[in-house]
Structures are given as C-alpha cells and as structure tokens.
Write a protein that binds this ligand. Structure first.
Ligand code: NAG
Ligand code: NAG
Length: 721
C-alpha cells in the first residue's frame, strides 16, 4: 500500500533530519589545516585539461561576451534602473511578471496592501503560466508570508520549478536552503501537501510524483551534494561576470547597522555624488590633482561608494590622470582597452599602457602583461616563459593576481610541469589576499578532491562566498539606495529578497530595519500589514538565519528573544544555546549572559564557579564591560558567602530590573565615566548587610551564645579588582 510506504519515509526522514540538526548552526570559517593539504594524492591529479574553461584564466575579456540580463535572467533591474535599455516584453507572462513586481515594489514604497494583493495576483498568474521568474517571485512571497500564508514547502517548490526554468536567484535560494540542511523541516511539510493532494487531477498527480521523486532524492542523498552543485554553478557564473584581472571590486552588501545602532559611517560613504567627501574629491580633481582623478575614475569604473558604474566618465578621468603621469591610471587604461569597456578593444594599446605602468614600479601591471603573453594578444607571439616571468614578478611583489595566475599555470601545466600541490599553494596565497577567483579554485579542489582533501562543506562555503558576488548582488545596491532615500519599505523588501538568497548581511539588515522602524518598514503580512506576531516571527527568523551564519549580534538577539520570550516562547535552554554560539565568537555580552544564567541556574546548571569564569572572560574581552561585570561579581560574591540569606532573595528579585539596569549602566554610567552608581550599589549592599547582621545579632542574643558571623571585611573586594 502506498500510504504505508509514505509513513515509512516519513519516519526515516525524520531520523535523517535529526542527524543533521547538530551540524546546522556552525559558522563558516576558512581555516586550512595541514590536514587539508597533505592528503592530496598526486596520482589523482591526472590531467583534466579538457575542462580548461576560459573562466580559469584571470582574464580581462570574457565578461562582455555575456550581458548581465543573460547572467541573471528575470532580474528586477528594469524596475530599479529603468534607464538601462528596456527590451519590450517578449511574452504576456513576462509583461505580467514585470507589472506584478513593479506593483509589489510600489506597494511597499507607498504602504498600500491592496496594491500588494494585485501584485501577488499578477505574479501568481504569470507563474501559473509556467514563467520561471514569476515562480521565483511567488516563492519569495510564500517564504515571507506576504499575501499568502507563510509556507516554506511551497516556497521551496516554486523555487525548485523556477530554478529548473533557469532563474538564478531561485538557484541561490535553493542552494542556501540545502546548505542550511533546512530541507528537512521543509520536506516534512511537503509531506502534508502531498497527502492533501491525494488522488486529484492528472496534473496534480504528476506534481505529487515529482515531489515524491525529489523527496526520495533528498532522503537518500547527502544534502551538501545538492548545495555544492548549485553553488558551483552559481560561482562559475559569478566568476565569469567579474570585470578585470585585478581583484574584482568588493561589492559586498553594506551593513547598515552596527549592533543596535545605525552604521552612520558606512552609510555616509555610500551616498554617491551627494557625499561631501566625494564632492571635495571631485573639486580637487577638477583643480588638477592626479590622485583625486584616479580615485574618482575608480569609483565610476567599479560603481563604488554608491555611484552608478559609468565607463565613459571613468575613461575620461583616467585619461586626464595619465597626462599627469599617474601610474595606476595607466594600468586601468590598459585594462579598459583590453576589455573594450566603453571603448573599442585594442590589445596593442592595452599592452602599451600596461608596460608604461610597469615601468613605474606598478607590479600588478606585470600580471596583465603576463596574461597578454599567455594569450598572445597585443604582443608578437605567445610566450609562456615570459608570461610566467611576469606573473612571478607580480607575485613577488604581493600581487594576488600574480599568485592566482601562477596557480593556474601549475594547475593546467601551461609552460611548466603540472603540479597540483604547488598550484594549490599559490591559490591559497591569493585567497588570503582576498582574490575571489582563488576562492573559486580552492572550492573546486575541495569539491573534486584534486589538490585538496575532499570536503563538501568547505567547498560549499567557498563557492557561496564567490556566488554571492554574482550579478544578483545588485539587489543590495538598490536596497541601499532606497534606504538612503528614506524609502525604508523598499529597502526592507529588497533585503528580504536577498535574505532568502542567503546573504547574511541582508538578513541582519532586514531584521534590523524591522526592529528599528516598525510600521515604517511596511512589512506586509498574510493580509494587510504585518500583525505584531508576524513581524516578531519574521524578525526572529531573519536574526536566526544571520546568527547561523556567524553573526554574533544576531546570536545575542536570538538569545534575548528566547530569554525574554519575544516573538517566540520563553526557552532558557535555547537562550543559553544562542548565547554560547555568540560566545564562541568572543562576544562579551554573551559571556556575561551565560555567567548570569549559570549564576541563576536558568537554562544552564546552577554553577557559581562557572558563572564567575564567564564574567571574568567577558571582562577580558571587553574592558568596557567592567561595570556590569563588577556588579555581577559583587552579587555573585554575596550569593556565595551568604547562601539563603535575604540578600540572595533580593538579588534574585533583580532579574526583571536587571536588563534595564544593565542598559542604563551602559548608557549613563559608561558614558559619564563616573563611579557614583557603583558606589551607591556597594553602599546599598553594605547597608543591607549591616541590617541583616543586626537582625542576626538580635536573634543570636535571643538564642544566646550563638557564634556571630564575622562581618565581611572584603565586601568590596570583588569590586575593587
Ligand atoms: C590599436 O592601437 C594601435 C597603437 O595605438 C594603433 O596603431 C592601431 O591602429 C589600433 N588598432 C585599431 C584596430 O584601432
Ligand atoms: C620567450 O621568452 C623568453 C624569456 O623572455 C625568451 O628567452 C624566449 O626566447 C622567448 N621565446 C620565444 C619563442 O620567443
């Protein structure tokens, strides 16, 4: 009978999912140990030269063979950058999809739940027509619970269909889901859907069969396998979209908050042409300052600091700078001619500019020249020996690109004897300098076990880093632009979308916006604006994901949420778990909280020694925590020495007051830097103690002959330390 087999799967799947539970909350850290390296069996290093794809080369040219629309189909770019060429929609579904997304964005901008309903209806209609990008957007709505009941299983399903239809953002979302090993719970609810759909129409049976197949696949296969494959594909697209031979620009999402506060410094630097610093720089450049010209050129070339990328302006500034003999602009001109970015490609000119730059001791230019020699572009003849010499020159002078290209030469055996181990070493050198393509190569080595010991979680983590720099990261630019314009609702929506794709910074940004701006974040729920419960849940889940990915502030907030029962049920044990997680990242606050929990036996065993150790550690890490720690130590001391006295009761009644007091202590006292309050607290304790002693005296006198406890001479001792 079918039903019974289903039951069986259900059960075994559940066990399977438990196995993974322990592995979920580990943050990703790239630490290569000797162990990773030594075990590379050289025999496994047979030549796989057939796979030498163009993306392996740290090269200039290939990004313009594919346009961004092809790399990230269904992108929301036409909505946020309408000036970029807007092709007429090819199909009705496409038209409906873009109309739907536009309405969705307008709805959160103006706070119009009705419009959101309309948007969702259009997106759903386009999705029903099988249009993959609409399915992706619908997956997003289900994931968030916007105008639909929140449903991870349905979200997963739509992303699955969309990914099969070629939507890259859904691939990101799926890869992230798989890598979280979060599919287990998703699939348990998929089970429900499956059973609900029992014996329906032909199409639905088909869907059920598909789901079942998927279900089995997941059941029996290691989920990293899925994650690693998707991320590998995405990382390759990302690597191909990188612009130039030097490090690709770090267009990482900007963290708009700093702990609980707005990150004013980062925001100020992202205001593009409106930033005062930028205006000053521009003024200096106009006055003829070559360095300023170069900097502005760079900002436009990469689209940094909140500026839109503009190759024409970049070229014009670089050209002015080279007239003044500015060497880095020469190198950039070399790149621009090699890529044909905004100009006609001309390798001869590229080589000339690079050579000029290299003469000015600009060693990264050697890397570009080496590349032209490998390819035989703009030079007399291909010459690998010469290329290698140039790469070495760059590498010797701390140029990551040189290390990377040497790595590729050894990996492929170009101009040298193939040596995977050596290649790996060069990649590690380059990766440590932040070369994203080197991350990609190392990920491939972990993935295939060639050069490095097979390690799928590591491969997944590295691929993810690279994949997150793909063209879909432009979401973060639009989000930040919206935020800076004060359009918090739009920013929240965009960060939420990125959160779904697995960007930690976006997860914490979205959660922070929700916490900070409340109703202004235009959080849309199942019907109309989010209810309190819905916002709490959404913030909680966003913080949770960020915390899983190693965000210590998030871990701390999660701990607090469980501790105080905000947005979730009060659960001291989970609170302790979250604090421990934050503690593993050396968070003083988390250590303090752990100490506090040990002291009170909440969620953690009652253990005063451990409590003291945590307090001490907190102090070690963050000297600014001195006051709260001192207070805590004082109360700990009382607890230790006066068990069962009324003072302990008094301290036990503090927890409700405590968080407030702590915040107050931090804000008021730390800033004013005086110890008045501390003195008062100690006085209070002393008075209380003396009263207690008097009482005991009285009792003792009544009982006659009892030994009177000695007054604690060192009452202030823990404070004084
Ligand atoms: C490329 O640049 C060189 C040197 O500046 C020049 O002689 C040549 O005509 C250019 N080629 C093209 C196709 O424009
Ligand atoms: C390649 O370059 C090396 C070193 O610069 C030189 O000795 C050699 O003759 C060149 N080979 C060819 C084929 O030009």
């Amino acid at each position: 009978m079918r039903l019974s087999t289903d039951k069986f799967f259900f059960l075994s799947f559940f066990i399977f999912s438990l196995l993974f539970l322990s592995a979920t909350a580990r943050p990703f850290v790239l630490v290569l140990s000797q162990d990773d390296l030594t075990d590379a069996a050289p025999s496994a290093a047979d030549d796989d030269g057939a796979s030498s794809s163009t993306s392996d080369w740290d090269e200039f040219g290939d990004s313009d063979t594919k346009r961004e629309e092809e790399l990230d189909p269904g992108s929301w770019r036409p909505i946020f950058e309408p000036d970029s060429e807007l092709a007429d929609p090819a199909t009705d579904d496409e038209a409906m999809y873009y109309s739907g997304v536009t309405k969705m964005v307008t709805a959160v901008s103006s706070g119009d739940p009705r419009l959101m309903e309309e948007a969702a209806a259009e997106i759903e209609a386009a999705a029903a027509g099988g249009y993959p990008h609409a399915q992706s957007a619908l997956g997003f709505l289900y994931n968030m619970g916007v105008t639909r009941e929140r449903n991870g299983a349905k979200a997963f399903m739509y992303h699955h269909f969309a990914a099969n239809g070629g939507n890259m953002q859904s691939k990101m979302a799926l890869a992230y889901t798989y890598s979280r090993q979060d599919v287990s719970s998703t699939f348990l609810s998929l089970c429900d859907i499956l059973l609900n759909w029992w014996s329906r129409s032909e199409i639905e049976v088909q869907v059920v069969v598909t789901l079942e197949r998927l279900y089995l696949e997941i059941l029996w296969k290691y989920m990293y396998d899925k994650a690693v494959k998707l991320y590998a594909e995405l990382a390759e697209v990302a690597v191909n979209s990188f612009l130039i031979s030097k490090d690709s620009p770090v267009i990482e999402p900007i963290r708009i908050h700093n702990g609980a506060e707005e990150n004013k410094e980062a925001l100020r630097k992202s205001r593009g042409e409106e930033d005062e610093d930028f205006q000053i720089l521009e003024y200096q450049a106009q006055k003829g300052n070559a360095l300023a010209m170069y900097k502005i050129g760079i900002f436009y070339y990469f689209g940094l600091r909140g500026l839109r990328r503009d190759h024409v302006k970049a070229l014009s500034w670089f050209s002015k700078a080279v007239d003044k003999g500015e060497p880095r602009s020469m190198e950039l001109l070399g790149e621009i001619y090699a890529r044909g970015a905004g100009v006609e490609r001309n390798y001869t000119k590229a080589f000339e500019w690079l050579k000029l730059a290299s003469r000015q001791q600009l060693y990264s230019a050697y890397n570009g020249m080496g590349y032209l020699y490998v390819k035989g572009y703009g030079v007399d003849k291909k010459n690998n020996t010469k290329a290698k010499e140039y790469f070495e020159k760059a590498a010797e002078n701390e140029e990551a690109g040189g290390n990377y290209n040497l790595g590729v030469m050894y990996l492929k055996g170009i101009g040298v004897k193939r040596d995977v181990k050596l290649a790996c070493k060069f990649f590690i050198l380059a990766a440590n300098k932040g070369q994203p393509k080197a991350f990609y190569q190392l990920a491939k080595m972990f993935h295939t076990g060639v050069g490095l010991k097979l390690n799928l979680p590591m491969a997944t983590g590295l691929y993810k880093l690279v994949a997150e720099r793909g063209p879909w990261s432009s979401l973060s630019r639009w989000a930040l632009e919206s935020y800076l314009k004060g359009d918090v609702g739009k920013a929240f929506l965009l960060y939420s979308r990125m959160a779904e794709l697995g960007y930690e910074v976006a997860q914490s940004n979205a959660a922070w916006i929700l916490d900070k701006y409340g109703q202004r974040s235009m959080c849309m729920g199942e019907s109309g604006f989010c209810t309190d419960t819905e916002s709490h849940q959404r913030a909680h889940s966003l913080w949770w994901q960020a915390s899983e990915q190693g965000n210590e502030h998030a871990a701390l907030l999660i701990g607090d949420a469980y501790y105080y029962g905000r947005g979730t049920e009060r659960d001291y044990e989970r609170a302790a778990e979250a604090y421990k997680h934050a503690k593993s990242q050396s968070n003083a606050q988390a250590m303090f909280n752990l100490g506090y929990m040990h002291e009170h036996g909440e969620g953690l065993p009652f253990d005063l020694h451990l409590a003291k150790r945590y307090y001490d550690q907190a102090l070690e890490i963050d000297p600014a925590a001195k006051l709260p720690v001192t207070l805590a130590l004082a109360s700990l001391w009382v607890r230790k020495n006066y068990e069962n006295s009324f003072m302990v009761d008094m301290i036990d009644s503090l927890p409700d007051v405590f968080p407030k007091m702590e915040a107050w202590v931090e804000n008021v006292i730390m800033e004013e830097g005086n110890a008045t309050i501390l003195t008062l607290f100690v006085c209070l304790l002393t008075v209380l103690y003396l009263r207690e002693r008097q009482r005991r005296h009285a009792v003792a006198a009544a009982g006659a002959g009892e030994v009177v406890p000695q007054p604690p001479i060192d009452l202030v001792a823990p404070v004084a330390n």
